[in-house]
Design a binder for this molecule. Structure first.
Ligand code: FAD
Length: 440
């Protein structure tokens, strides 16, 4: 325990949550020699967590060099497929490259294995991990100018006094809301994710997805797979399983009258995906909220004695091609730890003493990427993306590939013809194409 002149504390920093944001923050602080307690409500780290599972891990490699050789990672992604789906067709952009492996760009992880490994890194560095403990509330006291200061946390009958609390308690952070740093997000900024882990033999996965050794594939799917509901599907390869899931915007799901499980079942039975899943055995199934509001959702990140990191701060990006949350959580965990350490060393844990957090996020990829994709959530509110555009693309390719004895036409004429019979207006298509280029 350290006491740099202030009131006695149990720990310098309490980190709430043992997801990627919390464990990285705890690791970094412990390495700096601060006393850290990390509190996780799950019986083990990762037991409450659910993620599609593609980790864009360069930021983790900077912190823990060579992590991909040591951590329980499943496969190194060398193939990215983006698919527009209709009822009976799929139009895909398929990119494969060994270059994505060297250096390792993205890996698949199963959180039940990965989160305990990352939390153990923090423990090895000296953090004290408490699992199976839910933080019920924050301890606050009036601070300078009457503004409240967080001075610790309460879990059941226990109280822990700290200099700084880092709230890394995930989407819809109850802790950040309890002190007014964020409000309950509107439904168009939240999505529900449903995911199953489907077991298959290793060789079967490699043959079906055209992979060798530890290579992996990540499919991002839009269109009929969500029955027209705003969102998308994903199919990722693990070593001996596939992660299959849907992410559905809550407002659109409610409007549609479909149930989330119904949409998930539809995805799994879709004729374009079913061959990949054939004979698979469902090993896990779960659902979880995900922040979908992008930059507009990033609220206040600091107050006297507290910082908010990871998805608790709204840090996720869905660009259509990739879903990111874990790398942003890791980047923000590092920034929060460094800002907390700096403030404690200066003896100023007020909001302005902790202002280095925002500055670090602004200087790093975290807020710069959030800004780059700030318009993406509005772009994905276009209903045509989940129906008409896929139908149009499929109809153009159907006319191109189907040699039915009628004289051939150039592609541009085929496309014009398809547009005429589609519900899509060419002006609308052009406007959306420009918006897509600007947003993604
Ligand atoms: C279906 C789905 C698919 C996704 N796919 C991807 C993907 O492919 N790639 C990607 O990068 N991201 C993906 N994400 C997003 C990613 O999972 C999150 O952004 C990421 O996990 C956020 O990390 P975090 O550490 O901020 O929060 P979390 O991982 O949510 O961790 C928060 C932790 O805090 C704990 N906690 C909460 N409240 C309390 C409390 N009161 N007391 C104690 N502990 C508490 C929780 O149990 C949890 O362990 C996906 C999300 C979903 C739902």
């Amino acid at each position: 325990m350290t006491n740099s002149g202030g009131p006695a504390v149990d720990f310098d920093v309490a980190v709430v949550g043992a997801g990627p944001a919390g464990s990285v923050a705890a690791y970094r602080l412990a390495k700096e020699g601060l006393s850290v307690v990390q509190v996780e409500r799950g019986v083990t780290p990762g037991s409450k967590n659910l993620s599609g599972g593609v980790l864009y891990g360069r930021v983790l490699d900077d912190l823990l060099p060579g992590y991909a050789n040591e951590a329980p990672v499943e496969r190194k992604i060398t193939r990215h497929v983006t698919m527009l789906m209709t009822k009976d067709s799929a139009v895909a952009l398929d990119y494969s490259s060994r270059l994505l492996c060297d250096p390792v760009n993205a890996v698949t992880v199963l959180r039940a294995k990965f989160d305990p490994w990352l939390a153990a890194k923090a423990e090895e560095a000296g953090a004290f991990l408490m699992t199976g403990v839910r933080v019920d509330s924050l301890l606050t006291e009036p601070g300078p100018n009457g503004a409240p200061t967080v001075v610790g946390l309460r879990a059941g009958d226990d109280e822990l006094r700290t200099r700084v609390v880092i709230a890394a308690d995930g989407v819809n952070s109850f802790l950040a809301r309890s002190v007014g740093l964020t409000t309950t997000p509107p439904m168009n900024q939240l999505a529900i994710g449903i995911k199953a882990v489907v077991g298959l033999p290793r060789r079967t996965i490699e043959d079906r997805f055209a992979l060798s050794d530890d290579e992996g594939a990540a499919f991002a799917i839009v269109g009929d797979c969500t029955l027209g509901v705003g969102g998308g599907g994903f199919l990722y390869t693990n070593t001996e399983s596939l992660s299959l899931g849907v992410v559905l915007r809550l407002d659109d799901l409610l409007r549609s009258g479909h149930g989330a499980a119904e949409v998930f079942d539809h995805l799994g039975q879709h004729p374009m995906l079913a061959p990949y899943l054939r004979d698979g055995e469902i090993r896990e199934y779960g659902c979880h909220l995900i922040a979908e509001g992008g930059y507009a959702m990033v609220g206040q990140l600091a107050m006297n004695g507290m910082l908010v990191a990871g998805e608790a701060a709204g840090l996720t990006i869905n660009s259509g091609l990739v879903v990111r949350g874990m790398d942003l959580a890791i980047g923000s965990g590092i920034a929060a730890a460094d800002a907390a350490a700096e403030a404690i060393a200066k003896g100023d844990i007020s909001k302005s003493g902790l202002a280095g957090y925002r500055r670090r996020l602004e200087d790093s990829f975290v807020l710069q990427d959030m800004r780059t994709y700030a318009r993406a959530p509005q772009f994905f509110e276009r209903p045509e993306l989940y129906g008409a555009y896929g139908e149009l693309a499929a109809s153009i390719l159907q006319s191109t590939y189907s040699l039915d004895g009628t004289p051939r036409k150039h592609l541009a004429r085929v496309a014009r013809q398809a547009l005429k019979t589609s519900s899509v207006k060419s002006r609308r298509l052009l406007r959306d194409a420009v918006a897509g280029v600007r947003s993604l």
